[in-house]
Design a protein around this ligand. Structure first.
Ligand code: ACO
Length: 322
């Protein structure tokens, strides 16, 4: 049996940090409100001209170095993003050329905040099937580009960044299972209402903005994450107490705590970066994973549960032995 095993992780964050206090000087909000409702204290925001692809490149280089893999060995690049550099070529193709990995398959996946779990699932299938041996999987976003910075209900929640993993074919696990789902019926609870085909609007930033019914999203997210976590444990006939780490999507500390409670996991076995990064959508899980690895929390051989939920709605999980 061939498995996909994480050989290395990497991440990248823009230099510019915006604190809650700085946002409170721009919109009617406060550090207390944001921290209490979400756990967010600050976010990193891309500089003018700094793109999703730039962050993806830095994260990818760090992951390749950690894995001891040369870019020429990569035979698949899957990149989760909702904020690609261009309409086309895909950010994965731009990245491939920059890395010097020309010739391998490279494509983007748009599954909003679940983008990395979707990308990981796709790459895992390629490796399990024997179609790829070395895959680069990335989640990268510059959500700051489409935020409405005058809307306090949404602009306080998001940030920019990128995370990457190098997957290698191995005889030992590796990714044990992954589970992805979507329900397009929830489109209007969380969406960006303009696009190339539907058209743009004669509004600031061409009408690009996040429209969200926060309270409804919160409720569905908690219930849905509970379900996908149960599905993952059942598929692997695993008791929840066997998990070493929960590495959740970093949208809201209260959502993270609800999932941890469901798993009966103390918060010191849950990776939390939402305070520093805010919600970086597809980048959130690989950023948290890289932080967990580089800080020495996650050790080789440990059992990790990754999960995410986002616009679409989309959601998913992955159980893996690191
Ligand atoms: N500062 C101060 N007050 C605010 C702010 C703000 N930034 N934003 C909203 N408020 C006000 C509202 O106007 C409202 O005022 P009112 O009572 O006078 O009408 C009050 O605060 C309460 O607003 P709610 O939206 O009901 O607040 P809630 O407790 O639900 O918290 C939040 C809002 C943080 C958005 C929460 O619902 C949430 O986290 N939802 C999940 C959404 C999410 O994470 N989306 C990201 C993408 S999906 C994902 O990744 C899971």
């Amino acid at each position: 049996m061939t498995y996909a095993r994480i050989a290395g992780t990497g991440s990248a964050l823009p230099e510019r940090v915006i604190s809650n206090a700085e946002l409170a000087a721009r919109v009617d909000t406060s550090d207390e409100w944001i921290a209490e409702r979400t756990g967010i204290r600050q976010r990193h925001i891309a500089a003018d001209g700094q793109t999703t692809g730039d962050l993806a490149y830095a994260a990818a280089m760090a992951a390749l170095q950690a894995a001891g893999v040369d870019a020429k060995e990569i035979d698949l690049i899957v990149l989760g993003t909702t904020t690609p550099d261009l309409v086309f070529p895909s950010t994965a193709c731009l990245l491939q050329h920059r890395l010097g990995a020309n010739g391998c398959a490279a494509f983007d996946v748009n599954a909003a905040c679940s983008g990395f779990i979707y990308a990981l699932t796709v790459a895992n299938q390629f490796i399990r099937a024997g179609t790829a041996k070395t895959a680069l999987v990335i989640g990268a976003e510059t959500l700051s580009r489409f935020l409405d910075w005058s809307d306090r209900a949404t602009c306080v929640l998001f940030g920019d960044g990128a995370g990457a993993v190098v997957l290698k074919a191995a005889d030992e696990p590796g990714i044990l299972s992954s589970h992805i789902h979507a329900d397009g019926g929830y489109k209007e609870l969380l969406w960006n209402p303009v696009g190339v085909s539907a058209g743009f609007k004669d509004e600031p930033n061409h009408g690009l903005r996040v429209l969200m019914q926060g309270r409804e999203v919160f409720k569905v997210a908690v219930k849905t994450l509970d379900r996908v976590v149960e599905e993952t444990l059942e598929a692997n006939q695993l008791d929840r107490h066997q998990l070493d780490w929960l590495i959740p999507h970093q949208a809201n500390l209260r959502i993270i705590e609800a999932t941890a409670k469901r798993l009966d996991m103390p918060m010191d076995r849950v990776i939390v970066t939402v305070d520093k990064h805010a919600n970086t959508s597809a980048a959130s899980v690989p950023l948290a994973l890289d932080y967990a690895v580089r800080s020495g929390k996650v050790q080789r051989g440990q059992l990790l549960l990754l999960e995410a939920f986002g616009g679409g709605f989309t959601w998913g999980s992955a159980l893996l032995r690191y």
